[in-house]
Design a protein around this ligand. Structure first.
Ligand code: SF4
Length: 672
């Protein structure tokens, strides 16, 4: 039997894989994202296929139930919550792990028929600030560049990105390009000296949260060097940049001078930014401060040049496309455009279409904690671990009368709290598409039978919609039909009002969908493939602001959270692979030795904030900046008691994007 062509389910690089009938996984040499490469997680995919502990049957109130009974219970829960609270009292919380077709179904159900904007994605934690920044600068959520630009650039600036660990195949591509062109330079902007800094030409160890000050300083330098632009908003952006020269960052002035000079002198510059920039109460301003500098040098959407937001999850981009963030509509349509709203209402035959945006992730769970959410459906995510102020989130879920969780695994911190559990298909079992960080849509294909009674998420949504009286609008025969509808929605903004255009794929046959090769949008006509985009842009004023909560004598250190090389999210899949666990087998808090007085290297320590605490192994690590503590975000109480670091993370959010400030919580560290 031939190998199955599919896509890795982990990060936003979106690598193509080939899977043998025996489950051996190798990189797909024909996929444009990876050209045959894989990282440690992708290589170990075959070892996750027979994952123990799967949720195999629906459950209601702790007892096994038939699908019919479970779906009836979900429908009843949502009907009751709608009657009691109205559309504001029902919600879905979904995931960048979903396939686009599942995502589309959930969003249509919520915004089109429940009539609520309350559907948000865990992508809110990942790149919501980049989305908001793109929309302010370009009028639409557009990533202008493609991965090849990292290879064509003469200068690559990595901001808040441990690319070597978090997007390893992109890092491999970058390293290969540098080996071929040693004159290429790499600058890393990060409070930590991460693995990505190895071999970099310059590391700028800025104070956590000071990225806006850095790029405002660069904007002033570029302007002072004679750069000019006709784009709107430059004067306001310069005024907001103030007189600062980047000194607020704490970076050695000589390093700043070097960076500014390199940026000004290098037309082919890519600035790649990721979660280290986005996860901040000024994350949106960080995105715009970066875009401002590229706009002033005229380097957006050019070969080897431009701002480049890289997503964390495999299908964060797909969620952005279908409107699965509470702040967006399907197909990049705009709530502020009445004609587009009417077009969607008519296309879906959805008279109850939500009137406007709903609650973003942190707000959503706060509303649940206040008893304002009567029914909440969570799919493919573990907010009891991953959201900030995680103890409050757990308490909030306990207050929801109808808590539904669709999951692959029988036990997780979130599944444990559910009243209704629905068994979902996992990687290798389901069919659909994902979109990676460079706008390439790739197929995930099934090659294994469904375990137990697990079913696709889109099917469960359609069944509940039918029970609520909306069956006709959800009568898809399969994921190909959903994809065609998704593609057709993108044509509603015509003529050519949006770059996101899949209208050339709206007529795909089932067979075409089955063999769909990796395809970058926009695709306005069948057979076309998209490339770089040079959207019209405007400058955005980005005054520098400190993080939401300042350090104090009680909490003198700054907690940063992030990823490990070999783990994914709350470890439900990667935690079951011994060779992945071997890389970093226990939860560790890393602290600069100069801040570690009274704290033993290798001893246990409590990292405590005003919100909560976690107990971890302490490691003295000079790679961590003075005044900071770094803790991986993966560990749950299931793997190590009391190691859930998000219990200590503050729930402050960016005012534009609602993205939580996961990269700055005042804490103290004390011996246990
Ligand atoms: Fe999978 Fe990301 Fe690794 Fe590629 S880089 S193999 S998408 S985890």
């Amino acid at each position: 039997m031939a190998e199955t062509r599919s896509t890795c389910p982990y990060c936003g690089v979106g690598c193509g894989v080939l899977v043998s009938p025996a489950g051996a996984v190798r990189g797909d040499p024909e996929h444009p994202a990876n050209r045959g490469r894989l990282c440690s997680k992708g290589t170990a995919l075959g070892e996750t296929l027979d994952q123990p502990g799967r949720l195999l049957h629906p459950e209601v109130d702790g007892r096994r139930a038939s699908w019919d009974a479970a779906l009836d219970a979900v429908a009843e829960g949502f009907r009751g919550a709608l009657a009691e609270h109205g559309p504001a009292g029902v919600a879905l919380y979904v995931s960048g792990q979903l396939l686009t077709e599942d995502y589309f179904a959930a969003n249509k159900f919520a915004k089109g028929f429940l009539g609520t904007g309350n559907i948000d994605s865990n992508s809110r934690l990942c790149m919501a600030s980049a989305v908001a920044g793109h929309r302010r600068a370009f009028g639409e959520d557009i990533v202008p560049g493609i991965y090849e630009d990292l290879e064509l650039a003469d200068l690559v600036v990595l901001v808040g990105s441990n690319l070597a660990w978090c997007h390893p195949v992109l890092f491999q591509r970058l390293q290969a390009a540098r080996a071929a062109r040693p004159e290429m330079r790499v600058v890393v902007v990060d409070p930590r000296r991460t693995a990505t800094c190895e071999g970099a030409d310059l590391h700028l160890p800025l104070a956590p949260g000071s990225d806006v000050a850095l790029f405002n300083g660069l904007l002033r330098h570029l302007h002072a060097s004679g750069r000019r632009s006709e784009a709107a908003g430059l004067d306001a952006a310069l005024a907001a940049a103030g007189g600062g020269t980047g000194g607020e960052t704490g970076i050695d002035p000589a390093l700043l001078t070097t960076f500014f000079a390199w940026f000004a002198a290098t037309p082919r510059t890519v600035t790649l930014f990721s979660q280290g920039a986005n996860q901040s109460s000024s994350g949106t301003d960080k995105a715009n401060a970066i875009i401002n500098c590229h706009l002033l040098t005229g380097s957006i959407g050019q070969p080897g040049a431009g701002p480049f937001s890289v997503t964390g999850q495999p299908n964060a981009m797909g969620g952005r496309e279908v409107g699965a963030l509470a702040t967006t509509l399907a197909g990049h349509l705009d709530w502020d455009n009445p004609a587009e709203v009417e077009a969607l209402r008519g296309f879906w035959q959805a008279p109850s279409l939500a009137a406007g945006p709903g609650l973003k992730a942190v707000e959503l769970f706060q509303a649940a904690g206040e008893g304002r959410i009567g029914a909440l459906w969570i799919m493919a995510t573990n907010p009891a671990v991953s959201l900030p102020d995680a103890a409050a989130v757990r308490a909030a879920m306990r207050r929801v009368p109808c808590l539904v969780v669709s999951e692959c695994v029988r036990e997780s911190d979130t599944v444990d709290l559910a009243r209704i559990r629905l068994p979902a298909l996992g990687w290798g079992e389901k069919e659909g598409t994902v979109t990676n960080s460079e706008r390439v849509i790739s197929r995930q294909r099934g090659f294994r039978p469904a375990p137990g009674e697990a079913r696709p998420d889109w099917w469960a949504v359609a069944e509940v919609a039918a029970r609520l009286g909306w069956g006709e609008a959800f009568a898809w025969e399969g994921p190909a039909a959903i994809f065609r509808e998704h593609a057709a929605v993108t044509a509603l903004a015509r003529p050519a009002a949006r770059a996101f255009d899949l209208s050339g794929l709206a007529g795909l046959t089932d067979a075409d969908y089955g063999t769909l090769p990796p395809t970058r949008w926009p695709v306005a006509r069948p057979g076309e493939a998209g490339g770089r985009l040079s959207p019209p842009a405007r400058f955005v004023a980005t005054p520098s602001r400190p993080p939401a909560h300042a350090t104090s004598p009680a909490y003198p250190l700054r907690l940063l959270t992030g990823r490990l090389r070999d783990q994914w999210h709350s470890m439900t899949r990667t935690g079951a692979v011994p060779r992945l666990m071997a890389h970093s087998p226990e939860p560790v808090a890393a602290i600069n030795p100069a801040d570690a007085a009274g704290l033993t290297d290798g001893g246990l320590a409590r990292v405590a904030s005003a919100w909560g605490s976690a107990v971890l192994r302490l490691r003295h690590d000079p790679a961590v900046a003075r005044g900071a503590v770094f803790v991986p975000m993966h560990w749950t109480d299931r793997f190590a008691p009391a190691a859930r670091i998000n219990a200590a993370v503050n729930p402050a959010v960016d005012p534009h994007s609602g993205q939580p400030e996961l990269k700055h919580t005042p804490v103290r560290v004390e011996p246990v």
